[in-house]
Design a protein around this ligand. Structure first.
Ligand code: FUC
Length: 932
């Protein structure tokens, strides 16, 4: 076999050289530019992320910097909340859930930003708005098409706007309407409207009600009538949000005689500075947009791709006999995003580069003859951002104006983009983004594009090439990715599955790098000022799921940002433990953000969930199991695990009915309201106690504390089987077998926990029953979780079925909320949420190898659909890295590399072998697990 050198990579591990080949094209590719954001291709260096549209006449790279969020350092805890803990518990124990939730909502939820001043400030602001009379329309008014179903923010110029906006149009009244009252139908308006006809107010409504106003006949003129509406919007989506059919006017009683008002209107912003709306959590923000505008040309042979083997995006096309090529990447070593433009004939690169931003407060300025900058400030918060765009060209002419960079007749041109904010850490915003950008651009000006690109690829492949997978090639393998998605359910395409897994690894490497923050709900990529769920960190499944593939798929280093957010949360979470529970240690509820808030947020029926810290700690312990890193355990993980356990030692209370310890008040994530004793909590707390006991033993410390935990462990309410043979989600046997809720929290003990295994067959059977009742549909992350759970149950075909659902096309969905993939393989919750990408990649691995028990199980849940394969670099607990092959659904051979020199127990098809290993050595076995 001829070996292509470029495909081979050398990895040094404990002095041993391991060489992995990536065996098939690992590309996402398309025959057309992106139309939508979820068609665009992501690049990222763990801090600067870009979404490349690849348009021919206008290219667009929407970009992010990981630390640009709304808000600022503040106390998220509600002083005195602890006074209500016992009363809430008491109400719950008396079966008064509604009363408990009401009390908790009023007194126990965390503090919102600007909560104390908002009522007075907004009343004052609103009073100033509400009496403003309709101004006369002038030339300054901007055209707009109404309605804007997704809010006025979707209209150019109104992005992110909150405040008061006038809208106006003309109603032409025909002669036969004269003398009639008219009915004006305006649909839903967010949030309040003041509606005028010919300067006279005819109605005003506050809230989501449909607006249907009567215009008295006396106020209607024949011919032209001026309709003016002042819309006051306090936060988020604003304006006329119904569909086109709604906006209309007709004479009373003659509904069919309707004039549609949908279409051309004009607007004028009255005031875009309402007081900051109170928020529990901050939102991750888009940074800015780079536009590259090219001369109009007829083109052919367009292609756009993302190459996962070297983390570069390409656009190529032909025009006028010239081959054009663009290459894009985000470099970690040089901390810049690069866009490199070439043509195969000299002097053909001509374009204008522009920067803009959705943030209202932004300024573009010229830095020098090769550099343009954008400075911006988030609206509700303390963060500022700066970004430099620097160009280097060969041949041609470069002109930097105060607004843009133009390149004319160059042979090639390269743009380097930096971005930074004043965020230093969750309590320090004294950073100097200008200085950072300046330094980074200065550092690259002495380097060639080839050098910067080579450093990027070297750095990226250090991560990426620790693992490879080949599941065989299907008949759709050569199709563009968007077409491949559509065909996936219809004909086998195993290399699409391996591509999806490697794409998950690509996303983790691109969004989570040592020194940076963890991947949020959208990883690193967000184009909206008010993104879904704030694009923050949701901790009742989502943040944890982002890191499921890290250890297993040989990307342990990418977990560092996860460990660092835990370091922060253990500090802020201590304050919450004190203020809300009067407890030692630390607690985290179901959401956090850049500022590391840990208090309960949103509604009391799901925001009071106490097990976030304990779940995060599960992953700290897992890191120790995979890496054997005692220093990490001693200095970082154990103190945090201990803190989380101390909280629960204090928090757990005796259930008067059973005498067992229970977690109350809490919630089975987002299901069933505020309760005492959800099953998930008990599984997670048991796991935490067990791991703490084990860690104390490894470190030979805290014997007395470990004894306390042992005692408490045995007293925690056990998993219970209910009347339908199901695993009970709650203390009471009240599960509804027809309920297909997306959260499957009581399955935590199956995956990622180990409370329920083949050693507890009755419970495992009950868990399976619950999974069947819950069904196979769900949001992206829910389906991804199900892949892992069915794999843990050794039901490969069911796990595969779930994986196929995760890979179903999101863009042709029936309108029903279901998971799938967008054209760029981003996971659809819907909308986009990255956890499904990560959970899916981990789920496939879980089908091929498991090591949560006493042995490393090979092919524990191999589906019939994947009869052959070859995997290299998959990791197992105990410090082992495995390469193995299978054919006709049977193991062919396996090689185990030992990083720590521990005993290795391998198991396959009923056979088990134990071998003593030496650190840094490999061991080969045949299909019968006979050592070779
Ligand atoms: C939880 C889930 C939702 C979504 C959100 C970010 O609230 O229940 O489905 O994933 O997090």
């Amino acid at each position: 076999m001829k070996i292509r050198k470029s495909l081979f990579i050398v990895i040094f591990m404990f002095g041993v050289v391991r060489v992995f080949a990536q065996s098939q094209p690992l590309k996402l590719w398309y025959k057309q530019p992106a139309q939508k954001w979820t068609d665009a291709l992501p690049v990222g260096n763990g801090r600067i992320g870009g979404m490349v549209y690849g348009g021919v006449v206008e290219d667009h790279i929407q970009y992010n910097e990981q630390t640009l969020w709304t808000g600022g350092p503040r106390d998220y805890n509600r002083k005195g909340a602890v006074k209500y803990l016992e009363p809430i518990r008491k109400l719950l124990s008396e079966g008064k859930q509604a009363e408990a939730e009401a009390m908790a909502q009023q007194h126990f939820m965390g503090m919102k930003s600007n909560e104390l001043n908002y009522a007075a400030d907004s009343a004052k602001w609103f009073n100033a708005m509400k009496d403003i009379r309709p101004p006369l329309k002038s030339k300054e008014w901007t055209p707009i098409t109404l309605p804007t179903e997704q809010g006025w923010e979707t209209a150019p110029g109104l992005e992110g706007l909150d405040g008061a906006v006038w809208f106006t149009t003309t109603v032409n009244v025909p002669p036969d309407w004269q003398g009639k009252n008219l009915v004006l139908n305006l649909g839903r308006i967010r949030d309040i409207d003041f509606t005028y006809v010919n300067g006279k107010r005819i109605g005003s409504t506050n809230g989501t009600a449909y607006r249907k106003y009567t215009i008295p006949a006396a106020d209607v003129h024949l011919g032209s009538n001026q309709l003016s509406v002042l819309v006051v919007n306090f936060y988020d989506k604003g304006g006329f949000t119904s569909n086109t059919k709604t906006l209309s006017v007709y004479p009373e009683g003659r509904e069919s005689d309707v004039i549609s008002l949908a279409g051309a209107w004009h607007y004028h912003v009255q005031d875009d500075n309402p007081p900051a709306y109170p928020r529990y959590n901050a939102d991750y923000q888009p940074f800015a947009d780079l536009y590259l505008q090219f001369p109009k040309q007829e083109i052919t042979d367009y292609k756009r791709d993302l190459d996962l083997t070297n983390a570069t995006v390409h656009v190529t096309y032909k025009a006028d006999g010239v081959n054009y090529a663009r290459e894009y990447f985000s470099s970690a070593p040089d901390q810049v995003m690069a866009v490199h433009l070439t043509a195969d004939k000299p002097g053909k690169i001509t374009l204008e580069a522009l920067l803009s931003s959705l943030h209202k407060n932004y300024v573009i300025r010229k830095i020098d003859d090769h550099t343009l900058a954008i400075s911006l400030k988030v609206k509700d918060g303390v963060l500022r951002g700066v970004s430099y765009l620097h160009v280097q060209s060969i041949g041609g002419k470069v002109v930097v104006s105060p607004k843009s960079i133009s390149v004319t007749g160059a042979n090639e041109a390269t743009f380097y983009l930096t971005a930074a904010t004043n965020f230093k850490n969750y309590h320090d915003v004294s950073g100097n983004p200008e200085a950072i950008c300046k330094k980074q651009i200065a550092a690259i000006t002495t380097k060639s594009y080839a050098t910067i690109k080579a450093a990027h690829i070297r750095d990226y492949q250090k991560y990426f090439n620790t693992f490879s997978i080949d599941l065989g090639k299907g008949e759709n393998a050569d199709l563009p990715t968007d077409e491949r998605i559509l065909k996936f359910g219809k004909s086998p395409d195993p290399s699409f599955i391996s591509l999806y897994m490697q794409f998950g690894r690509y996303l983790l490497i691109s969004s989570s790098r040592p020194g940076g923050g963890p991947a949020n709900l959208q990883g690193l990529w967000n184009n909206l000022l008010t993104p879904p769920w704030g694009s923050k960190f949701t901790t009742n499944i989502n943040l944890e799921m982002n890191y499921w593939p890290a250890e297993l798929l040989n990307l342990s280093t990418c977990s560092e940002p996860f460990f660092s957010i835990v370091d922060d949360l253990a500090k802020t979470g201590h304050e919450t433990a004190v203020e809300h529970y009067g407890a030692p240690g630390w607690v985290l509820h179901h959401n956090t953000d850049l500022w590391r808030g840990t208090a309960p947020v949103n509604a009391s029926n799901h925001g009071i969930w106490v097990s976030g810290a304990a779940w995060l700690c599960h992953q700290l312990w897992e890191h120790y199991l995979y890496s054997g890193d005692k220093g990490f355990l001693q200095k970082r993980a154990y103190p945090e695990m201990k803190g989380a356990a101390e909280f629960f030692v204090h928090f757990l209370v005796k259930n008067p009915k059973t005498g067992c310890l229970i977690s109350t008040p809490s919630n089975s994530p987002e299901h069933g309201g505020l309760v005492a004793g959800p099953t998930m909590d008990h599984q997670i707390i048991r796991d935490l106690f067990k791991n703490c006991i084990e860690a104390a033993k490894v470190l030979n410390i805290d014997r007395a504390f470990a004894d306390t935990l042992k005692l408490k462990y045995s007293q925690i309410a056990p998993n219970k089987i209910g009347k339908y043979g199901q695993l009970q989600e709650w203390l009471e046997d009240k599960d509804d077998t027809t309920d297909t809720h997306r959260h499957i929290s009581h399955m935590w003990g199956v995956y990622p926990g180990t409370d329920i295994t083949f050693k507890t067959p009755e419970l495992l059977k009950a868990a399976e029953q619950s999974m069947k009742y819950r069904g196979d549909e769900g949001t992206g992350w829910s389906i991804a979780w199900k892949v892992n759970i069915w794999a843990r149950m050794h039901q490969g075909d069911h796990a595969y079925l779930m994986l196929s659902k995760l890979l179903s096309p999101a863009d042709v969905s029936s309108g029903k909320e279901k998971g799938g993939v967008y054209h760029n393989l981003f996971d659809a919750h819907p909308p986009f949420q990255i956890d499904g990408n990560f959970g899916g990649a981990a789920g496939l691995a879980e089908m091929l190898l498991q090591s949560q028990g006493d042995a490393i199980e090979l092919l524990p849940a191999l589906p019939t659909a994947l009869p052959q394969g070859n995997i290299k670099g998959i990791c197992a607990r105990g410090g082992f890295v495995l390469d193995f092959e299978w054919q006709n659904g049977q193991l062919k051979n396996v090689e185990v590399f030992s990083k720590l020199g521990k005993t290795c127990r391998l198991s396959y098809a009923g056979k088990t072998v134990d071998i003593e290993t030496q650190k840094g050595k490999s061991y080969r076995f045949n299909a019968d697990l006979k050592q070779l």
